[in-house]
Ligand binder design. Structure first.
Ligand code: BDR
Ligand code: CA
Length: 331
């Protein structure tokens, strides 16, 4: 169903191949208006994330979307080197070359941009956050009323039923800044978590991106195809069932799908906390409503998160395909 007014989205991201895929889904989708892109460290350094966001927007003809640079490291723990083997040293599958572009960063840092937009448009802005959550955590420190000023937050991160992807229990975005994640999950946002429980069920084949590139004959979709092929080599080397398809998980794009088409997801609602240290560091834990846990840390004051636990995988793939094949470039 088409909403009367498109979702006005700040996209908080660490591009990253699946981040690029998600950005292009958002730009292509008629129900999403990307009002800013805020960047963070994660798949690459924050400087590279900002360069990639500017580049991806410019080659898609969307240079006027503001881009900010945000946090460079986790709030508390020591940061790690970016995973070059997954996203490439440049975050986009080691592009052989880049064309010259002339869009420039907005001078504000990402947290300030989020706060400014939320204050200027109270109750209207949704943040779709698909990297470590330091920008949102800092924005909360700048403006404690942020949960009331934002319309929604959708996070790609975490796992409650599925094993982790960087430790037996931790998903990468939460692992990369568990303190920031725990602040975000306990702040009181209208919050949806799109984690590995659902993203590991949607495998997107490289041939889909070849088809999209063939259809558009455009630098933006050629770039995405190149990046996805690199990313798919990593995932296909790791998981035999992904290799059979020669594809990859679309992780971040699923956060936007959950925004535009929540009916494609099943969910459980309850309090979520993040383990900030120890062996389980980065684990997201969901307190189910029907069990009374006596431990401290699960008090009644905590807000609920809608945790996506089921997904209609084929319908998501069809939607992503339809959206990226639609007429969205240079219009
Ligand atoms: C998440 O981690 C990053 O590598 C991806 O871009 C995605 O946001 C998946 O665990
Ligand atoms: Ca990401």
């Amino acid at each position: 169903m088409t909403p009367a007014v498109p979702h006005r989205v700040i996209y908080d991201t660490d591009p990253g191949v699946d981040d690029a895929m998600a950005l292009y889904y958002a730009l292509a989708h008629p129900d999403i208006d990307v009002v800013g892109v805020t960047t963070t460290f994660g798949n690459v350094t924050v400087a590279q994330a900002a360069r990639n966001a500017l580049y991806l927007l410019a080659i898609a003809g969307r240079s006027r979307v503001p881009v900010t640079q945000g946090v460079a490291a986790p709030l508390v723990k020591v940061g790690e080197a970016p995973p070059d083997h997954i996203h490439g040293a440049d975050g986009l599958g080691n592009l052989p070359q880049r064309v010259a572009t002339d869009n420039r960063l907005d001078a504000r840092n990402s947290a300030q941009f989020i706060v400014d937009m939320a204050r200027r448009h109270p109750g209207e802005i949704t943040v779709v956050a698909v990297g470590p959550l330091g920008n949102l955590a800092l924005a909360l420190a700048l403006e404690p009323a942020l949960p009331r000023l934002l319309r929604k937050v959708v996070v790609m991160g975490g796992a409650v039923l599925e094993p982790g992807n960087v430790s037996p229990v931790a998903e990468a975005n939460i692992w990369n800044d568990p303190h920031a994640a725990d602040l975000v999950f306990t702040a009181g946002f209208d919050l949806t978590m799109v984690g590995l429980d659902v993203t590991h069920q949607v495998i997107l084949p490289v041939r889909l991106f070849a088809q999209i590139a063939q259809h558009h004959q455009h630098l933006a979709t050629d770039t995405l195809h190149h990046a996805v092929a690199f990313y798919a080599n990593f995932y296909s080397g790791l998981y035999p069932h992904v290799a059979q398809i020669y594809g990859c998980f679309g992780h971040d794009v699923l956060a936007f799908v959950a925004l535009t088409n929540p009916e494609l997801f099943g969910s459980e609602t309850g309090r979520v906390r993040v383990a900030v240290d120890g062996l389980a560091q980065g684990q997201t834990m969901l307190r189910r409503k029907d069990i009374a846990y006596p431990q401290s840390g699960w008090g009644p004051g905590l807000p609920d998160t809608r945790v996506c636990t089921q997904v209609q995988a084929q319908a998501c793939k069809d939607l992503i395909e339809r959206t990226l094949l639609s007429r969205w470039l240079d219009v």
